[in-house]
Design a protein around this ligand. Structure first.
Ligand SMILES: [Zn+2]
Length: 200
């Protein structure tokens, strides 16, 4: 009995997570990959969700984003990627360099939903879509194109490019240096108020 109870709750959890993926506008193959449900079951779930009066969500077709360079493109994206990566480390999705074994299977999918939900609640206009969050987690887990690293000055977690010529620094430290050196200190980034750079 115990085994079937466990299987039942795992199945419920899988469906619940798939609903989160649908609301986050994940592509069907992403939902399949992370929940183990079949395409047919995901489609039925989506239809049932609409019939229950669920908000119509965009269903994206085609391939998921694959360019990890996206997260390095602007200061805002670098900062939001760092915030999301920090949450993922806290929730056990990434080891963050500690060597701890990251969550696997459906637990990992549940942690991803929780991480994305938390990120969205912290950032007023999120620049990272759920599909991009999936890309970030997968890229950081591989640890090749991007890695979790620390700001060399204050140690705050950053998403870094291992091939970058200069070590990455957080916005606050970079701006602190700019303040000591008046020439480039003309602008204060709007993103400076985001996670990882809050004023003490
Ligand atoms: Zn710093």
């Amino acid at each position: 009995m115990r085994i079937s109870d466990d299987r039942y709750s795992r199945d419920r959890l899988r469906l619940d997570i798939a609903m989160h993926f649908i609301r986050f506008e994940a592509r069907t193959h992403t939902t399949r990959q992370w929940t183990g449900l079949t395409d047919d079951r995901i489609r039925k779930l989506y239809r049932a969700y609409l019939q229950d009066g669920g908000r119509r969500v965009a269903r994206h077709r085609g391939k998921s984003p694959r360019q990890s360079a996206f997260f390095m493109r602007t200061a805002r994206l670098r900062q939001e990627a760092a915030a999301l990566a920090s949450i993922c480390c806290l929730l056990g999705l990434l080891d963050g360099g500690t060597g701890a074994r990251p969550a696997a299977g459906v637990t990992r999918a549940a942690a991803l939903c929780q991480a994305y939900e938390t990120y969205r609640s912290l950032v007023s206009m999120p620049a990272i879509s759920f599909e991009h969050a999936v890309l970030l987690v997968e890229t950081l887990a591989r640890g090749q194109e991007l890695r979790c690293g620390g700001c060399p000055d204050c140690g705050v977690l950053l998403v870094t490019d291992p091939y970058a010529l200069h070590p990455a620094r957080c916005v606050r430290c970079a701006e602190g240096e700019a303040a000591d050196n008046p020439a480039p200190a003309r602008h204060r980034s709007r993103t400076a108020q985001l996670a990882g750079s809050a004023q003490p």
